[in-house]
Structure formats: C-alpha cells, structure tokens
Design a protein around this ligand. Structure first.
Ligand code: ZN
Length: 172
C-alpha cells in the first residue's frame, strides 16, 4: 500500500462531501458525477488512484483489489475517521497552501494581500493577512477565519486527533 501522503483518491458519486473534505486536507481527490463503472475503473488504473466507494458491487472487480476502501458510514465525520484508521490519512488541516480547492481539486496558491484586497469585501481586506487562491476557479480564501471554522467542524465530529493549523512561517 502506498504511504498515506501519496494517496490519490477517486470518490464515488455518493461521496461528494467526503471528496471536498479530503481536498481541504490536501489530498488529490477526483470526483465525477456522470461516470459509469467502467470509466471509473479505467481512470483509477490510469492515474494510480485509490477508490472510495459505498458500492459493494463495484468492489467485486478483481482489478480494484488492494486499491479501494468500502466506506461504511453515512456521516462525513465518521467517514473521515474510518480513513484515518484504515489508511492512516492525516486529519489535520495543515498550511493553507497545502490544501486543495474543495470545488475543483486544484492546489491552492498564495495570493499577495495587495492583489486580494480589491477582490474581497473591505472588512476582510482589513482584517485578514493571508490569502490563497484557486488557480482554476479563481475563488479566494482567507484561511484565518475559513480554516478555523472548518477546523471547528472537525473538532465537533470528535475525531479524536489533535487538530491545529500550522501557521506559515514568514519566509515561506
Ligand atoms: Zn477552484
């Protein structure tokens, strides 16, 4: 099994919410709504991905042996916990620049304050110092409040792990 950090996921159509959280946690997670089983398998093999699915039937395919996890829980908090236990994935929201856009899976990039200031509400520009942007959809995030909120959600789910946001060092 590959190391948890190097896992690339493919989340099935039932697992859109889980896909968004995995992206936030920095995991490259493919998710497509309109895709049939054969195309799922092809993409997983071609891209070396790990399937996350609620579909036992799909898991009967031999080619997916050793590269798939059957998600057994309904709530995303429990699903994340399952992956933490079974695959050893990190459930810590790390530096913002190591997260991916929850919508498009692209790695977020730092955005200078002067560039962000004209594109976010004035009070945000005044109060926040750190910004990141998705290079694909160009959505801007300010981890200071956004990430804290999401971190609290993880806490609420009582994942039983120490959660923290690692601040970016000034020279990074
Ligand atoms: Zn995006």
């Amino acid at each position: 099994m590959p190391s948890p950090q190097s896992l690339l996921f493919f989340a099935d159509v039932m697992l859109g919410k889980l896909a968004r959280w995995l992206r936030l946690l920095g995991y490259d997670t493919a998710y497509e709504r309109d895709i049939d089983d054969r195309a799922i398998v092809e993409r997983i093999v071609r891209e070396g991905r790990w399937l996350l699915t609620r579909d036992r039937y799909l898991l009967r395919r031999n080619i997916l042996a050793g590269r798939a996890t059957l998600i057994v829980h309904d709530s995303v908090g429990d699903q994340l916990q399952q992956l933490g236990q079974e695959l050893g994935i990190s459930l810590v929201i790390d530096q913002a620049t190591e997260s991916r856009c929850m919508k498009c899976n692209a790695p977020l990039e730092p955005l200078a304050h002067r560039q962000a200031a004209s594109r976010v509400p004035p009070h945000v520009a005044r109060e926040q110092t750190e910004f990141v942007i998705c290079p694909r959809c160009e959505r801007i995030f300010w981890p200071g409040s956004h990430w804290t909120h999401l971190q609290r959600r993880l806490h609420d789910w009582q994942l039983g792990v120490t959660l923290g946001i690692v601040p970016r060092s000034s020279g990074a």
